[in-house]
Design a protein around this ligand. Structure first.
Ligand code: HAM
Length: 432
């Protein structure tokens, strides 16, 4: 059998790769406007970094890629970045508040399907050191501004509060008691989930489980006054910024560290099973669990692959133009193409050329396929005369000036002339 990328992973080729990079660049701009600085952290960590934050979750207990290195260290490929950043915070103790953004691949041994991969990309942001509800609003607003800025219109922000640690424990106990009484009605997988983490049953999509969960206790009834007040302030902050949201008391997250605010961004343009383009919340206590001071935090991560699928479904955020602007056709052996291409590229112009001494016809065909607006032609005549011929490519002719289809320009003025023509074309916005 021929070699293939491992199941659940994929190669991302151009132009999709350029689109992915453009998305990350747009996120960098949005995050840095908000005062978040980028953090690069390792793709693998000591396994305890993740075990300490979520042993009851599938992500940590079942889906981690773990291994021993040749020095017998027990390591895991990161399934997410919040725990890594909390670990980095404990290690470096940056000044508070610490606002960090990140991007990169994550690894989860999940069952692959549309929009779900074993290696996938996230962009995200974390704010450490504030328990102000305005901090929650700050991170949610960043996620919302960025996603809507991509042109996504069919987005829903779903919010909930999971209460404080004690609220959550009391709620978990009530939930466990409720489900245990009805264990017989649950699906087999539902019973298995119950034994590990009753909270996760709330977002089970299996019909048998759903019938039982519909009557389950509500988290709202377990909120401490302080947690309820915090949530009300977050909602008021979102309203003040005109960010629409839905409340869903059944929203639980796939990781254990959340306290108080939890949220998800779902896209109605995606298939229901994998419609979450991002999620996040507050994780007060996480830094302390990793051996640091009791510093609160709040943040989110967005799934880049799913965001791009949502953009496809909504017909927005196309790949940035990658096509050549100029194609050099050289029928004198290729040396001129080499010199011209280098000169133009040094001036920041996207240039393509052909190799292997191909015929004029073959090179013109390649120029056509490249999408270039201009072809520069060098033949024996041009070489002898110290000029190059400049030709507008098909589909890029200017209707008002058909006579400009081909002209000759002095070899020494090529860069200047093309820079002028390309700027003119861009200013017209005509794409011609
Ligand atoms: P998460 O909900 O596990 O949260 O992941 C965030 C997003 O990553 C999901 O909404 C989804 O778009 C994407 N994602 C997750 N798994 C996959 C997959 N297998 N294939 C494709 N995309 C996927 C976190 O990771 C938390 N660290 C978020 C956070 C930051 N909470 C606080 N701060």
């Amino acid at each position: 059998m021929s070699l293939q990328a491992p199941r659940g992973t994929r190669d991302i080729l151009a132009p999709e790769s350029a689109r992915l990079r453009a998305l990350v660049d747009a996120f960098a701009t949005a995050a840095e406007l908000g005062g978040y600085g980028q953090v690069h952290s390792p793709m693998f960590e000591q396994i305890e970094v993740f075990q300490r934050v979520g042993e009851a979750t599938d992500i940590v207990s079942k889906e981690m890629y773990q291994f021993r290195d040749p020095g017998d260290r027990h390591l895991a490929l990161r399934p997410e970045l919040t725990a890594s950043l909390a670990r980095a915070f404990v290690q470096h103790r940056p000044a508070l508040p610490w606002k960090a953004w990140y991007e990169g691949p994550q690894f989860r041994y999940e069952k692959p399907q549309a929009g779900r991969f074993r290696q996938f990309n996230q962009v995200g942001a974390e704010l450490f050191g504030s328990d102000d509800p305005q901090a929650d609003v700050d991170v949610i607003a960043l996620a919302w501004r960025f996603c809507t800025g991509l042109g996504l219109g069919q987005l829903r922000l779903v919010v909930n509060s999971l209460g404080d640690r004690a609220d959550r424990e009391a709620y978990l106990a009530a939930l466990a008691a409720y489900f245990e009484e009805r264990a017989g009605e649950l699906s087999a997988q539902g019973r298995e989930t119950l034994s590990r983490n009753p909270l996760r049953l709330l977002d089970s999509k299996r019909p048998a489980d759903r019938a039982v969960t519909s009557g389950a206790p509500d988290i709202e009834d377990y909120w401490s006054p302080a947690a309820a007040e915090h949530f009300a302030a977050v909602l008021a902050g979102l309203e003040a910024l005109g960010i629409p949201f839905e409340r869903n008391p059944r929203l639980v997250r796939g990781l254990d560290y959340y306290r108080r605010t939890a949220f998800e961004l779902a896209s109605d343009a995606l298939d229901g099973a994998q419609d979450a383009v991002g999620g996040g919340g507050r994780y007060d206590g996480l830094v302390a669990d990793l051996g640091g001071p009791d510093v609160p935090g709040v943040g989110f991560a967005l799934g880049v692959d799913r965001l791009l699928l949502a953009c496809d479904a909504e017909g927005t955020f196309p790949a940035p133009p990658g096509a050549a602007e100029v194609f050099v056709v050289d029928v004198t052996g290729g040396r001129q193409a080499s010199l011209l291409a280098e000169e133009l590229r040094r001036a920041g112009i996207r240039v393509e050329r052909a190799f292997d001494g191909r015929s004029m016809k073959a090179q013109m065909k390649a120029a056509d396929r490249s999408g270039a607006r201009w072809a520069l032609l060098v033949g024996a005549d041009e070489l002898a005369g110290g000029v190059v011929s400049l030709r507008r490519m098909r589909g890029h002719e200017a209707a008002e000036a058909p006579e400009s289809v081909q002209s000759r320009i002095p070899r020494g003025g090529v860069v200047e002339e093309l820079a002028r023509l390309l700027a003119e074309g861009a200013a017209e916005g005509s794409g011609s």
